[in-house]
Design a protein around this ligand. Structure first.
Ligand SMILES: *Cc1c(COP(=O)(O)O)cnc(C)c1O
Length: 365
């Protein structure tokens, strides 16, 4: 090769490492010739999508000769009604992940700083670097975002603060009081992103109502997704709620047909299927009980989580245990990319999937 392409790209891109996704079931079956594989690695809904969502997507297929509705009118109307906001406050994304990218494109550039928590979600760093800005990680306390420390790191270069609540991969959350106290310390021009990908699962009475907080703090952006509790990860639909002026800016960099016709149909139908959502939340609660009590029996320490996954301290390099699980057809998530080499993140599955995971772990340990 004559051209050294990497030499000619921005240093931030040289530094970037692609997001490490979990292994797929098909890939593991192929590689090891296994017949039965379970995946508890990407925090997907083990019940899958609402049947109503699948049916709506199927019914939309005949019209896919046309571009999708660029405004996502029906879905934005339904979301506006559900959250009591105006449709102008809503931005749709090809997954909420893509909205995180739009936020960086709009609000951060060369020389700007973006604050993230020490073990914050990996996409925050990828999009910050991709947009030529500098991610600044802030130390956590007991695997929790330390909002006091985050506030202390704000300076004239700070443009965006990314906070996942609950955070992935730790599963911890911060309270309404903590957040409100923090927001009073943030200058009005600094964007605060509350990534609430696991919102539907959280049961804590002191979990913040960030849509209400937007009435006092116009620099807040709340992002949510259909990929987790709604079980539509493969459709790639997420959204943000913000001040309409912020939504207008995001819309300027949004790719015009970013959510496909079947995805819009599926998400709109999923919003109407309360029963499936409630069942998904109940299965998660039971699974969390099941996994935590079994992990305690195995004498394993875990980080208490309010989401649909649990991060476990394996007390030694977890890569070996991860490989042993893979050999037995169980895919979980090693957290080495998050500088947590002793931890594995386990997504909560169905009762039988959880049982298989525990039985396999028991054998390995
Ligand atoms: C899964 C996840 C997302 C991304 O979800 P999309 O599928 O892109 O909507 C965003 N933030 C966090 C913290 C997540 O765990």
């Amino acid at each position: 090769m004559k051209v050294n392409f990497i030499e000619n790209v921005h240093p931030n891109i040289q530094k970037l490492r692609p997001y490490e996704t979990g292994k797929t079931i098909a890939a593991l079956k192929r590689e090891l010739g296994l017949e039965s594989v379970i995946k508890l690695a990407s925090n997907e809904n083990p019940l899958g999508p609402s049947p109503a969502a699948v049916e709506a997507a199927r019914a939309s297929l005949a019209s896919t000769g046309n571009y999708p509705d660029p405004a996502g009118y029906d879905l934005r109307q339904a979301l506006a009604k559900k959250w009591q906001v105006s449709p102008e406050q809503l931005t749709l994304g090809n997954g909420s992940d893509s909205i995180l990218g739009m936020i960086c494109q709009v609000f951060a550039s060369d020389g700007d700083e973006v604050l993230v928590s020490e073990h914050g979600f990996a996409s925050f760093i990828i999009y910050t670097l991709a947009n030529r800005a500098t991610p600044v990680p802030v130390k956590e306390v007991n695997w929790r975002t330390d909002l006091t420390a985050v506030a202390q790191h704000i300076n004239a270069k700070t443009k965006i603060i990314f906070l996942a609540n609950p955070n992935n991969p730790t599963g911890t959350y911060f309270s309404d009081n903590e957040l409100e106290e923090f927001l009073h310390k943030v200058p009005e021009h600094v964007i605060v992103v509350l990534d609430e990908a696991y919102f539907e699962y959280v049961d804590a009475p002191d979990y913040p109502d960030t849509i209400k907080l937007q009435k006092s703090f116009s620099n807040l952006i709340t992002t949510r997704t259909f990929s987790k509790a709604y079980g539509l990860a493969g459709f790639r639909v997420g959204y943000s709620i913000s001040h309409a002026d912020i939504a207008d800016l995001l819309n300027r960099v949004r790719s015009p047909f970013n959510v496909t016709t079947p995805s819009l149909a599926a998400a709109t139908a999923a919003l109407g299927d309360h029963e499936h959502l409630q069942k998904s939340i109940a299965v998660n609660e039971q699974g969390m009980q099941q996994l935590t009590s079994e992990l305690a029996k195995l004498d394993l320490t875990y980080i208490p989580s309010v989401a649909n996954f649990i991060t476990v301290d394996m007390e030694r390099n977890a890569m070996e245990i991860n490989q042993a699980l893979l050999n037995e057809g169980v895919i979980v998530r090693p957290l080495r990319p998050y500088n947590m080499p002793k931890h594995l993140r386990l997504s909560i599955g169905t009762e039988s999937e959880n049982a298989r995971l525990i039985a396999t772990l028991q054998r390995i340990l």
